[in-house]
Design a protein around this ligand. Structure first.
Ligand code: CUA
Length: 352
């Protein structure tokens, strides 16, 4: 499947924006050629036409030409604006994930790519996706900067420590496409890659059901929240609630102590877990301990997925369904956990 198209050196076009990126690229090449040829021709032409015929000749004076100056200002202006607009449109499109996208969590680490599907399946250095669906990747790294690159999809995004970055695409052809790390990240950088398998929806469903799914991110997140990390001891609803309310908070504006307002997106949730004192919600004390070093990137993804699932209206259609199914279970479990869980762990850490 990894055959090239009619232009050697170019990978196959296998996503909805592949042709846009290529069109823009060919346009840039065409513009470069259109400028290079006349300039080189003019150099030769003038060097022959105006070569020295007589020693110390005085050249004829030129007084400028309005027409000429207007023409050579307007043409480059139009050309550069088409490059700017074309680039801006394609860029905006590529980095604005649609709301109905199917979500996959990606974690980069030296030197592998780990993926987890919403239904729980995990894979390493492989990514199975259905053809013709919008797919959104929420990406984090456990160590240094990596860059997730699928040449056939003409898309790439850096994966940066301390925050989430996103990538989305819609694959147009079933097949097997190279996946690379495109940011030098140490000894085995060149080996950090794998394959993206684009499958017909039916085959994809088969693949999903043929793999051990384990806990879904939402389930794993709920488990961490209520049991393993004890978040529920403060954040579960009820009279004992000391932490900020998390239900229906995703994608809303949150007022902070000090007067700021922040949108409760994935990066906000992540930051609230790792640096809780940096964005304290109005009306609350900065008493939450940090969970930095206690949760892996994958666990963070699960916590974020769980907290998103508490906001069924805001989350994307797909995750909203899971959330609706999970919601009634989550609350009672959280309350029990609140009663059982000793506050020892967070308290011990706040002394650090
Ligand atoms: Cu990871 Cu290069």
């Amino acid at each position: 499947m990894q055959n090239t198209t009619w232009v050697p050196l170019f990978p196959e076009q296998a996503s909805t924006f592949a042709w846009q990126v290529d069109a823009l690229y060919f346009y840039l090449i065409a513009v470069s050629i259109a400028f290079t040829i006349p300039i080189v021709a003019a150099i030769f032409f003038f060097s022959l036409k105006y070569r020295e015929k007589e020693k110390f000749a005085t050249p004829e004076e030129m007084h400028g030409s309005m027409v000429l100056e207007t023409v050579w200002s307007i043409i480059p202006f139009v050309v550069s604006m088409t490059i700017f607009l074309g680039g801006a449109i394609v860029f905006f499109n590529q980095y604005t994930p649609p709301d109905d996208a199917m979500e996959i969590y990606i974690v980069g680490k030296q030197w592998m790519w780990k993926a987890q599907h919403e239904t729980g399946q995990r894979e390493i250095n492989d990514l199975h996706i259905p053809v013709g669906r919008n797919v959104k990747l929420t990406m984090a790294t456990e160590d240094v900067i990596h860059s997730f690159f699928i040449p056939a999809f003409r898309t790439k995004a850096d994966v940066v420590p301390g925050r989430y970055t996103y990538l989305w695409f819609n694959a147009t052809k079933p097949g097997k496409y190279h996946l690379f790390c495109a940011e030098y990240c140490g000894l085995n950088h060149s080996g950090m890659g794998g394959w993206v398998y684009v499958m017909e929806q039916r085959d994809f469903d088969n693949w999903l059901s043929g793999n051990v799914s384990g806990q879904t991110p939402v389930e794993e997140g709920r488990d961490l929240f209520t049991n393993k990390l004890g978040c529920a001891s403060c954040h579960a609803g009820g009279p004992a609630q000391r932490g900020a309310k998390l239900e229906n908070v995703f994608n809303t504006d949150v007022k902070l102590v000090g007067g700021g307002v922040v949108k409760a997106d994935e990066n906000y949730i992540r930051n609230s877990i790792l640096n809780p004192a940096s964005q304290v919600v109005e009306g609350f004390q900065p008493i939450m301990p940090t969970f930095k070093g206690q949760v892996t990137e994958e666990q963070l993804n699960s916590l974020v997925a769980y907290i998103k699932s508490l906001s069924p209206n805001a989350a994307a259609a797909a995750s909203a369904n899971t959330a609706a199914a999970n919601k009634p279970v989550a609350k009672p479990a959280a309350n029990t956990a609140a009663a059982n869980k000793p506050a020892a762990k967070p308290a011990a850490n706040s002394n650090k």
